[in-house]
Design a protein around this ligand. Sequence first.
Ligand code: SF4
Length: 402
Amino acid sequence: MPLEQERVELNNTLVTESQKIQQETTTQITPLRRPRDYQQISLFKDVNPLDWEDWHWQLKHRIRKKEELAQIIKLTPDEEKGIDKASGRLSVAITPYWATLIDPEDPDCPLRRQAVPVAAESLIGPHEMVDPCAEDRDSPAAHLVHRYPDRVLLLATEQCAMYCRHCTRRRLVGEHRESSSPTKFDAAVEYIKANRKIRDVLISGGDPFILEDEEIESLIQKISSISHVEFLRLGTRVPVTLPQRITEKLVAMLKKYSPLWVSIHFNHPKEITKRCKIACDMLADAGIPLGSQTVLLKGINDRPYIMRRLMHELLKIRVRPYYIYQCDPVKGTQHFRTPVAVGINIVEKLRGHTSGYAVPTYVIDGPGGGGKIPVGPNYILSQAKGKYVLRNYKAKVYTYLE
Ligand code: SF4
């Protein structure tokens, strides 16, 4: 086929694809559902608003038993089996706040699926592992993971406000007893001190914001006083699962340690409630830069219009979309995993079709410890000496000469 004809045909195919994308990205979705009024739920009907707003109260009253959950949502036999089998594996704990966001009648509710186990969690899919990112192997000191040259991950706690059913660190996290010894992080801190290349420390877990303010500050102080550490990041999900935890006292403490960034795990636009916005506003108003991390989850956020809505809602609360992760092949999560093509298609339908700030990087964590590997649509159609043939988001073809 002559070159020009080939080019015209390619253009036509790409333009048709582009029209499909335009249609899908402009699909309207229904307005976000409001949370249920907690006083309408029998289990919480006598709770006073001050207790409801107290994060310690929320933590203490997390829903851990099938009988309690059955008073809030209509459990399916599959969920009942999942809860029975979850004992001894990843704990079940749902904050009362999160429980009000769950659709009581719909087992496919995206917030419900992230919190309530199903029987499929006890299956082990092909290629699934206990520690797919090989974090334990790359741990030079207790509670520390050192994979990339200039940054480390410090696991501050094994506990979270809520346990996400897709959790990659399910081998570690849960409601078991942890050491609270003041020397617990000494080896990790000494390792960071001794490695002058480390300029960035991510404190995650579990969820570091589950610790008391004094415990968080003590850890931040130890690390930020190391002269070669340029900045800190905290990885958390509490603005989403327990927004009451973001108190004025916590924010005032964090503000003292600028530059300090906070990465928040968001998966669905329904998570962005008024209460969540207040928590994010408090952090952003204190000058703390906020980024998001999202796990691509089958039946939860695997449609381009849902991801697009999520990214737009995040920007409205001053959270910059940062990563979309392919769901790691961790044991018991096969029912959440999509083909990689689904993630690539989502990026294709974001890039160029909406603000660049709303386009996170889609990554696969290389199984066995490869680190984050970006994957996405291919915009280079051909490449020869000094010449690139490229397509744009509308599938129009352009040639760039070097
Ligand atoms: S908050 Fe993070 S560490 Fe905790 S269960 Fe969810 S995904 Fe796992």
